[in-house]
Design a protein around this ligand. Structure first.
Ligand SMILES: [Zn+2]
Length: 111
């Protein structure tokens, strides 16, 4: 079971991380790296630019996934159901949540 001050600490972390990722996503949309890829096309082969685009898309996908998970974590915090393992129902260790506040599985279930 998490202490109240641990929960507060984790909520601050989750919200900060969420804010940071959303800001990053906003910048990406406003000034897509895809534009840079087109500009660089003279120097890069088409294959290279396609690979770069894939890398960018992949990073974008992972970011969106994390935003989704963090948002869920914050929702769970509001509802008071945060910190319980989705696999076994045990409490997830604070150390683990400290590293990734969006974790939904305890250390053993994640393995
Ligand atoms: Zn578990």
């Amino acid at each position: 079971m998490l202490e109240v001050d641990q929960l507060i600490e984790l909520e601050i972390r989750a919200r900060e991380e969420l804010e940071r990722l959303r800001e990053e996503a906003r910048k990406d949309e406003a000034d897509p790296a895809a534009v840079a890829v087109d500009v660089a096309i003279g120097r890069l082969s088409r294959l290279d630019s396609m690979q770069m685009e894939e890398v960018r898309k992949d990073a974008c996908r992972r970011r969106n996934e994390r935003i989704h998970l963090l948002q869920q974590a914050v929702n769970n915090m509001d509802e008071g159901s945060y910190g319980q393992c989705g696999g076994c129902g045990e409490w997830i260790a604070y150390k683990r949540l400290e590293q990734s506040p969006e974790a939904t599985l305890c250390g053993s279930c994640a393995r």
